[in-house]
Design a binder for this molecule. Structure first.
Ligand code: NAD
Ligand code: TDX
Length: 332
């Protein structure tokens, strides 16, 4: 039995990971989360209080980290500013949390010699052409496009340097686009689902040819747990479930699942610098650690996700108006 410090545990993927760990293992969790606009304490409701402790705080607070480290066996760092569109409007919090926050975490982890796992994104590799036969692998050169992805790339490089220079016992995973319950309504899939629930229409950036490689959040969680249990220190693992779809097709599936006509969506202003395609080759994770995704049917996963948002309106309603007000400023 281990105790994990899970940073960003009140966010989308962190809260799914905590639920997954508490249900499938006997590990304990300490959550450290700043509760920014993206954090939601209620995403952790109903979890066993004797195995989970919640602490509100900033990952950049080294004094607080030095108090927490002796209480844990490993750190799993999900905390980040995570939304590309926000990073285009105001990059500063991305530098503060993604770069300086990761710096504080790895400094504290090395002082206390604590195992560290860093959660990152496939966006650090830039984008691919639609017809490129190659997908991202662990050796693809970094080439990030946005303030969000460049700060994530910076955080990955800091972790790699702390492994090499200081012997930090760290691993990194770079995952593709997640979907599932508890995702903030600013993000693509929940935004469209909740627009339709509200009697509005989905909003497609540009022509919608951009491809994302979708993975269910539970598959991301099982992969991270595999890396914590069996991953080799110093290694990077790419996480993906062969789920490539273009944005237009995703909106059309959402409309179909929700009983709306196929063309009932609007084209809106494209995202500046919009990455065209992400695609992950997760062969290393599958062959070396024996990981396999469980959610191979994207449409079935979307149906469950639509139903979750229908059933959990009190969870997302308080954020909806503010998220849409931000989009109004850019015509999106
Ligand atoms: P999210 O925005 O839903 O959650 C982020 C959480 O971090 C929130 O609870 C927020 O309150 C917390 N946080 C932010 N700044 C903090 C700080 N300074 N100190 C402590 N807590 C802070 O994000 P998400 O989509 O769950 O992403 C989690 C991680 O996974 C991020 O590192 C992201 O880069 C990575 N990732 C996300 C995806 C995806 O599809 N969403 C894919 C690959 C990787
Ligand atoms: O309303 C929308 N319409 C639209 O067409 C929104 C919000 C998005 N989009 C497009 C932009 C992207 O091509 O949909 C795609 C997905 O958009 P996001 O949900 O903003 O995700 P993305 O920018 O791909 O980044 C996500 O995956 C990688 C996460 O937000 C990151 O945290 C993660 O690293």
């Amino acid at each position: 039995m281990s105790t994990f410090l899970v940073t960003g545990g009140a966010g989308f993927i962190g809260s799914n990971f905590i639920r997954y760990v508490l249900e499938s293992t006997d590990h304990r969790v300490i959550v450290l989360d700043k509760l920014t606009y993206a954090g939601n304490r209620s995403s952790l409701e109903g979890l066993p209080a004797n195995r989970m402790t919640f602490m509100q705080g900033d990952i950049a607070d080294l004094g607080l980290l030095d108090e927490l480290m002796p209480q844990v066996d490993a750190v799993v760092n999900y905390a980040a500013e995570s939304h590309n569109d926000n990073s285009l409007n105001d990059p500063r919090p991305f530098v503060d949390t993604n770069i300086l926050g990761t710096y504080a975490l790895i400094e504290s982890a090395r002082r206390h010699d604590i195992r560290f796992h860093h959660i990152s994104t496939d966006e650090v590799y830039g984008d691919l052409e639609l017809d490129d036969p190659d997908r991202f692998t662990e050796t693809t050169p970094y080439n990030p496009s946005s303030p969000y992805s460049s700060t994530k790339a910076g955080s990955d490089l800091l972790v790699r340097a702390w492994v090499r220079s200081f012997g930090l016992r760290a691993t990194i995973s770079n995952c593709s686009n997640n979907y599932g319950p508890y995702q903030h309504v600013e993000k693509f899939i929940p935004r469209q689902i909740t627009n339709v629930i509200d009697g509005g229409r989905p909003r497609l950036y540009g022509e919608g040819r951009n491809v994302r490689d979708w993975i269910h959040a539970n598959d991301h969680s099982s992969a991270v747990l595999s890396i914590l249990e069996r991953g080799a220190v110093g290694e990077t693992y790419l996480i993906g479930a062969d789920g490539e779809q273009n944005n237009k097709a995703v909106i059309e599936t959402i409309l179909e699942v929700m009983g709306e006509p196929a063309g009932a969506y609007d084209h809106v202003v494209d995202r500046p610098g919009h990455d065209l395609r992400y695609a992950i080759d997760s062969a290393k994770l599958r062959t070396e650690l024996g990981w396999l995704p469980q959610y191979s049917d994207f449409r079935a996963g979307l149906e469950d996700t639509v139903q979750w948002y229908r059933d959990h309106e009190p969870w997302w309603r308080p954020q909806k108006a503010a998220a849409e007000a931000k989009y109004q400023l850019t015509g999106q």
